[in-house]
Design a protein around this ligand. Structure first.
Ligand code: SF4
Ligand code: SF4
Length: 385
């Protein structure tokens, strides 16, 4: 694999670290196989990247993943999750799968629906599933971080109780942050409902009346009955909790937000919530990104569109910023799929995220994450054979 020309990736031997900070290591297993299968390659990746260093014998190790919304078909294959769980089990610990309840209506808004959806999506793989913030999403504790946006982060109780956390993120695009990887998986996925609300709360959308056809779809998806239709839809700003569901489901593109200010706050809050979990778990957290089925929307959507680039492989690291930066670089260094939602940036090196989300400065989220010492955008990439 050749290095992207204009990425932040640097070779360690040529690099002077800023303020003495070491480069972060990111390990990469491409989908190419020679003598062994890809599952064996995953074992090798986890071993080389040092996953066993984050847990001890009989530790309860929480695998944070997204089980996929009902109807979604491009979440991480349960087979891969099972392999990672087995690797941890062989290392002497007790792995289990977890996610938290969603803010929006759907098939994962409480623990019962969520586990049922996980089973329907194939995650009955012999390891327990636990919903981290309880039956209704209110089992939580605060972590004091005193950052620009968030002073106290409201985190799911399970994150405190587990001995170690492994983030297993499906890397793909996202409506509000352009991409979703390790940072988003931990930030949104480890937050309680209250925490999710705090991250979204600056996003108060409005309806472009000229575009609204009064279909009513947004009304059925709004979790707090903030949308009324009188000729066309309108949003009660006092009731709206900024979950973003209506923006996602309006096929007419009639629901909009003021991108520049609100999206930057959202990106900052994501980084700060991930920081809270990283602070809590210290060296007992590890990140895996699957760059397979890189779809234009996230797994919260009840359907899956054509991926924007061909499958790339799996990354592993102890740095959430480095692994997300590396994932973005690998996607942008790929050739775009023509029959996808990409509009023009099909060539290697062209910015796929800006093509899909021209109003989102996706790099800002990583810059901000680095500025609060969540991790480093500078990394070395070690590809496994
Ligand atoms: S989903 Fe869109 S088009 Fe339909 S009522 Fe809502 S805003 Fe109008
Ligand atoms: S109006 Fe507000 S609360 Fe309702 S779906 Fe839209 S963003 Fe969510």
């Amino acid at each position: 694999m050749t290095l992207p020309k204009d990425s932040n990736r640097v070779k360690s031997e040529n690099y002077q670290t800023p303020k003495g900070r070491d480069l972060s290591k990111v390990f990469f297993a491409s989908l190419r196989v020679k003598d062994t299968g890809f599952l064996e390659k995953i074992d090798k990746l986890l071993d080389t990247a040092g996953l066993t260093e984050i847990f001890g014998q009989n530790n309860l190790v929480a695998l944070k993943l997204h089980f996929g919304e009902k109807g979604n078909t491009t979440f991480i294959r349960p087979l891969f999750i099972k392999r990672i769980a087995r690797f941890i089990e062989k290392g002497g610990a007790k792995p289990f799968l977890f996610d938290t309840t969603t803010l929006y209506r759907g098939a994962r808004a409480n623990a019962v629906d969520h586990i049922k959806t996980a089973f329907e999506n194939g995650f009955n793989i012999g390891y327990p599933i636990i919903i981290g913030d309880g039956l209704l999403g209110n089992e939580k504790r605060n972590v004091e971080i005193n950052k620009k946006q968030i002073k106290k982060a409201s985190i799911a109780q399970l994150v405190f109780s587990s001995d170690a956390i492994v983030s297993i993120a499906h890397f793909k695009c996202h409506l509000l942050s352009a991409f979703g990887g390790a940072i988003k998986n931990i930030a949104m996925g480890c937050a309680s409902k209250e925490g999710k609300l705090k991250m979204h709360s600056s996003i108060v959308p409005y309806v472009d009346k000229a575009k609204c056809i009064s279909c009513g779809v947004c009304v059925t998806y709004c979790p707090v009955e903030a949308i009324n239709i009188v000729e066309v839809a309108s949003i009660d700003k006092k009731k709206c909790i900024g979950c973003g569901s209506c923006i996602s489901v309006c096929n007419e593109g009639a629901i909009k937000i003021t991108w520049d200010i609100e999206l930057k706050k959202f990106q900052e809050r994501l980084a700060e919530y991930c920081y809270a979990v990283a602070l809590l778990k210290k060296e007992r957290i590890f990140y895996i990104n699957f760059l397979i089925n890189i779809t234009p929307s996230c797994d919260c959507f009840p359907s899956s569109d054509t991926p924007i680039v061909p499958d790339i492989g799996v990354l592993a690291s102890k740095d959430p910023v480095a692994i997300d930066q590396a994932s973005c670089d690998l996607v942008n260094d790929s050739i775009g799929i023509e029959n996808s939602r990409l509009r023009k940036s099909f060539r290697k090196g062209e910015d796929k995220f800006r093509d899909l989300f021209p109003k989102i400065d996706w790099e800002y989220g990583l810059e901000y994450a680095e500025s609060i010492s969540l991790g480093s955008r500078k990394y070395t990439l070690q590809e496994l054979s």
